[in-house]
Design a binder for this molecule. Structure first.
Ligand SMILES: N[C@@H](CCC(=O)N[C@@H](CS)C(=O)NCC(=O)O)C(=O)O
Length: 199
């Protein structure tokens, strides 16, 4: 299978981390949103998209993660037996994707000429990021993992969002505000998958 994405997209990173953590053989192929391959794989031209060996194309990082998780049990990244645990992992994913969504909006707004930037949009989305980080820190508490006793999609989604936040908002001192997130992230950053997904 081929995963289409960029090195900076938080959604592509999340999908890639799932494939890497599960040791699912794949090629990571770089293409920009609206690039030829992205458009071939996803009518909306967005990344990530996954092209299966028989040509079937799957898109949206959550759908890719869900599919990939069914391919093997080692490890199970989205709980299967406990509906509430599954819901908690999916909620974490939505929270992490929400951070990424708002960081993308802020980045897009900041790329406009300063006089054209909409202060209300920046304020709304920066506040959303702050609130989401606050929620993530409370939920994580002193736990080793976002959910349960081992790594799940929740950890991979949050890692992807925070890597993107560091890239686009290096001035945001979330580590200072949330030491528990900082130490959890430092541990995640050392994982083979996270290192591999940076290049
Ligand atoms: N909800 C989607 C979001 C995908 C997305 O918005 N990707 C961005 C790149 S980070 C993109 O392709 N943007 C270009 C576009 O919307 O045309 C997912 O999780 O895969």
């Amino acid at each position: 299978m081929r995963l289409i994405g960029t090195l900076t997209s938080p959604y592509a990173r999340k999908a890639r981390l799932v494939l890497l953590e599960k040791n699912i053989p794949h090629d990571f192929v770089i293409d920009l949103p609206q690039g030829n391959l992205a458009l071939q794989a996803n009518p909306m031209g967005r990344i990530p998209a996954l092209i299966l060996d028989d040509g079937f194309c799957v898109f949206d990082s959550s759908v890719i993660a869900d599919y990939a998780d069914t391919l093997s049990d080692d490890p199970v990244l989205i709980p299967r037996m406990d509906p509430r645990a599954r819901l908690r992992v999916k909620r974490w994913e939505a929270l992490a994707d929400g951070i990424a969504d708002s960081a993308v909006v802020v980045r897009t707004e900041r790329m406009r000429d300063v006089e054209k930037q909409d202060a209300a949009t920046l304020e709304l989305h920066n506040r959303a990021i702050s609130n989401a980080l606050d929620n993530a820190s409370s939920l994580l508490g002193r736990n080793e993992w976002c959910e349960g006793v081992s790594i799940t999609l929740a950890d991979l989604a949050l890692t992807s969002a925070l890597v993107y936040l560091d890239l686009r908002q290096p001035e945001r001192d979330w580590r200072g505000a949330y030491p528990n997130l900082a130490s959890w992230f430092a541990k995640m950053a050392k994982r083979k998958s996270v290192i591999a997904a940076s290049s």
